[in-house]
Design a protein around this ligand. Structure first.
Ligand code: KIV
Ligand code: ZN
Length: 513
């Protein structure tokens, strides 16, 4: 179950409008999640309406659609009235079960709280057959009370029992034992009731706790894209899914997730919610498949499985990325240089080039395509001309759209190639789009910006992009003090890479001086 649109949307500042929620819901359907938690219907009219629109979107098929309700009639009615349009609706009820919640939040006895839970499940069941019950703060609930609650709500008709580690307090061994015991007992009462888990990341253990639960019998996982969610977030969907895929024999489990959609949805959620993904984030981080150490690059170029446990293509990336740095080895340099058409078989030339490269790379953090080009130009005389951004200007254009005047960014770009200057400009929905559109008008519209990431690093804007050219994808990077120039250089680096790679075999060896 994906709860990006409910728990994920609880991240401060990440609120989405209905249109954006539907876009994400469609992408979640493409990812083939079994269930989408679309919101908290009783919290606002806006939430109610977006849950309803998502339910209507999946009225003829698709994933189960649910929304969250507290154990009160008003909330349950709101969920029912918003999810009932879905082909497969589900009511999700949450109620605290731990001593802390029972005493401090409700000021009731545990029996009174269990009774509230039972009555709410019975009421929900009178509306819809599928009812999920979450024992909030389960990991801090004493086991006998937890089991008493579970037994009572199953008897009342719950079809899914969810065990949340609401405050991220669980540790894998302990959580695994709890799940094992619950699973054993639940399967004895009613094997059709699903056992679900919902882990938070306060101690950085959401993924491992979720996986340990799977190993111990959990049937279902609740998680979010990019691990977003309340406080430190939830178990990250891409991490648990890929761990189960990569180690399916160990976990004896599988998911139906279309993993090649993972990168796309990660980018979409990050963009729409304005929450950047950390560069080293497992599976979807910008560096998750980028190799910079010389030892690793050498190993990978000999055989991918030396340092690769997941093929980047499995998660929707084109390929691994070799990032040239001062730590890169000769093997990596030769490999990247070969894309310029060089085939350096002469070991002496190779060593000389590598020595010079190390001197050059030492002053830099990483080498971008334009810099590598400039470096190689010192050693050869027949490098194909590259395109170079020589000037740019960003301005805004006012467009009248029905009753509303809207301002759009527009960028004028000047490029020089083979001594000729080309200038064009285009608007875009944002600055990046307008830069890509203007360059596209000069170099041809075959180059499509698919995905990008932007970071600020020591006063510079570092940009990385995925560009589609015909049927292949190219990764490119750039870093400049100026934001627009950084974006433009990144795009042109990708274009140059395509053009130069297409002109191969220059027989350059003897021309290296
Ligand atoms: O963290 C939590 O306990 C929840 C429940 C609603 C499942 O989000
Ligand atoms: Zn939660």
């Amino acid at each position: 179950m994906d709860t990006t649109l409910r728990d994920g949307e609880q991240v401060p500042g990440a609120r989405l409008n209905a249109e954006e929620k539907i876009i994400i819901a469609r992408q979640l359907n493409k990812l083939n999640v079994d269930c989408i938690e679309a919101g908290f219907s009783a919290s606002s009219l806006g939430d109610f309406n977006s849950v309803m629109q998502i339910a209507k979107e999946f009225s003829k098929g698709g994933p189960v659609i649910t929304a969250l309700a507290r154990a009160v009639k008003g909330d349950i009615d709101a969920v029912y009235n918003s999810v009932k349009y879905a082909h497969r609706p589900l009511i999700h009820i949450v109620l605290g079960s731990s001593g802390i919640h029972v005493k401090k939040k409700f000021n009731k006895s545990i029996d009174e709280v269990i009774n509230m839970g039972v009555e709410s499940v019975k009421y929900a069941k009178s509306l819809i057959n599928n009812v999920q019950y979450s024992t909030e703060d389960a990991s801090r609930t004493d086991f006998d009370t937890l089991w008493k609650t579970i037994e009572a709500v199953i008897k009342a008709g719950a079809t899914i029992v969810n065990i949340p580690d609401t405050v991220g307090y669980a540790v894998p061994e302990e959580f695994g034992e709890i799940i094992k015991k619950i699973n054993y007992r639940m399967k004895n009462i009613n094997p059709d009731v699903l056992l679900s888990v919902h882990c938070h990341n306060d101690l950085g253990m959401a993924t491992v706790n979720t996986l340990t639960a799977v190993k111990n019998g959990a049937d279902r996982i609740e998680c979010t894209i990019n691990g977003i969610g309340e406080r430190a977030g939830n178990a990250s969907l891409e991490e648990v899914v890929m761990a189960i895929k990569a180690r399916s024999e160990f976990y004896q489990a599988q998911t139906g997730i279309v993993t090649k959609e993972l990168r796309n949805i990660s980018t979409l959620v990050s963009r729409l919610m304005g929450l950047s993904v950390q560069v080293n984030k497992a599976i979807v981080g910008d560096n998750a498949f980028a190799h910079s150490s010389g030892i690793h690059q050498d190993g990978l170029l000999k055989s991918r499985d030396v340092y690769e446990i997941i093929r980047p293509e499995e998660v929707g990336l084109n390929d691994m990325e070799i990032v040239l740095t001062a730590r890169s080895g000769k093997h990596a340099l030769t490999d990247v240089v070969s894309t310029f058409g060089f085939d350096i078989k002469n070991e002496e030339i190779n060593s000389k080039l590598y020595k010079e490269f190390l001197k050059f790379a030492d002053e830099k953090k990483e080498i971008y395509y334009n810099e590598l080009y400039e470096f190689l130009k010192n050693f050869v005389d027949s490098l194909p001309e590259k395109m170079e951004i020589v000037n740019y200007k960003l301005y805004t254009i006012k467009k009248v759209q029905s009753f509303i005047d809207r301002e759009y960014p527009s960028t004028a770009i000047e490029i020089v190639k083979d001594g000729v200057n080309y200038i064009d400009s285009a608007i875009g929905k944002d600055v990046i789009d307008s830069v890509a559109n203007s360059i596209g008008r000069i170099v041809g519209n075959d180059y499509k910006l698919v995905d990008y990431n932007i970071f600020s690093m020591r006063g510079k804007t570092k940009v990385s992009m995925k560009i589609k050219y015909k049927d292949k994808y190219i990764h490119s990077r750039a870093s400049e003090e100026n934001f627009v120039l950084s974006v433009a250089n990144c795009f042109i680096n990708g274009v140059n890479k395509c053009i130069i790679e297409e002109k191969s075999n220059y027989g350059i060896e003897q021309k290296i001086v």
